[in-house]
Write a protein that binds this ligand. Structure first.
Ligand SMILES: Nc1ncnc2c1ncn2[C@@H]1O[C@H](COP(=O)(O)OP(=O)(O)OP(=O)(O)O)[C@@H](O)[C@H]1O
Ligand SMILES: [Mg+2]
Length: 202
């Protein structure tokens, strides 16, 4: 279970987020929608515990994984090593098994630059799921992929979430993506950004 109560988040004295409260239970998937620059990644970093410079509280489980907006793989490590570095107990075999879950076990010994962006995103997803997370945070995991690849990644993620049922939060710019994967949608708007009601009058 993730429980967030963010009263204010500011950068250089300027408030970016205000009064954002939500809970995500085990097995729930919360989609966060909102225009570019509104503060979605900032919100995810706060929830993940990477950014603690805000007013408010966040309760999160111990086993939490985050996949960032960029795949953030270490360029001088192979794909398998990128997994074992974060999850040493996997060993090479476990890393290859984790890669098999996203269909790229044949890339285990290549370096990230030898992979397409879609393949790098799969590695990031495999790395996030390899920790058997109780909370999963995904920042635009299907962005800048062609529609077919994005769709395939979405189906993969759907399957992984259904299998291990973490409390999941993901950011997207796509309504259909949100509608398909999420059990709930949270819309951000305004400046500073806050939660928009689902249906606005008028
Ligand atoms: N470390 C920082 N220092 C100062 N300002 C920042 C910092 N990080 C983010 N911001 C500002 O906070 C605002 C929200 O940024 P954020 O990356 O959270 O947006 P976003 O909703 O994720 O956008 P996108 O959809 O383009 O990824 C932006 O105006 C950005 O410039
Ligand atoms: Mg962002």
């Amino acid at each position: 279970m993730i429980e967030a109560d963010i009263r204010v988040k500011s950068f250089g004295g300027a408030p970016v987020l205000r009064d954002i409260r939500f809970r995500v239970a085990t097995g729930e998937v919360l989609a966060i929608l909102g225009p570019s620059g509104i503060g979605k990644s900032t919100l995810l970093r706060i929830v993940a515990g990477i950014d603690s410079a805000f007013e408010g509280t966040v309760a999160r489980p111990e086993r939490l994984s985050m996949a960032f907006q960029e795949p953030t793989l270490l360029p001088w490590r192979t794909v398998a090593e990128n997994l074992t570095l974060v999850h040493p107990s996997l060993g090479r075999e476990g890393a290859v098994a984790a890669l098999a879950r996203v269909g790229i076990e044949d890339r285990a010994d290549l370096f990230p630059r030898q992979l397409s962006l879609g393949q790098q995103r799969r590695v990031a997803l495999a790395r996030a799921f390899a920790g058997d997370p109780e909370a999963l945070i995904l920042d635009e995991p299907f962005a800048s992929l062609d529609p077919a690849t994005a769709d395939e990644m979405l189906a993969l993620t759907e399957g992984l979430i259904a299998g291990s049922r973490p409390a999941t939060i993901f950011v997207t710019h796509s309504e259909p993506e949100a509608a398909r994967l999420a059990t709930r949608i949270l819309r951000l708007g305004g400046r500073p950004a806050t939660i928009r009601p689902d249906k606005e009058a008028g």
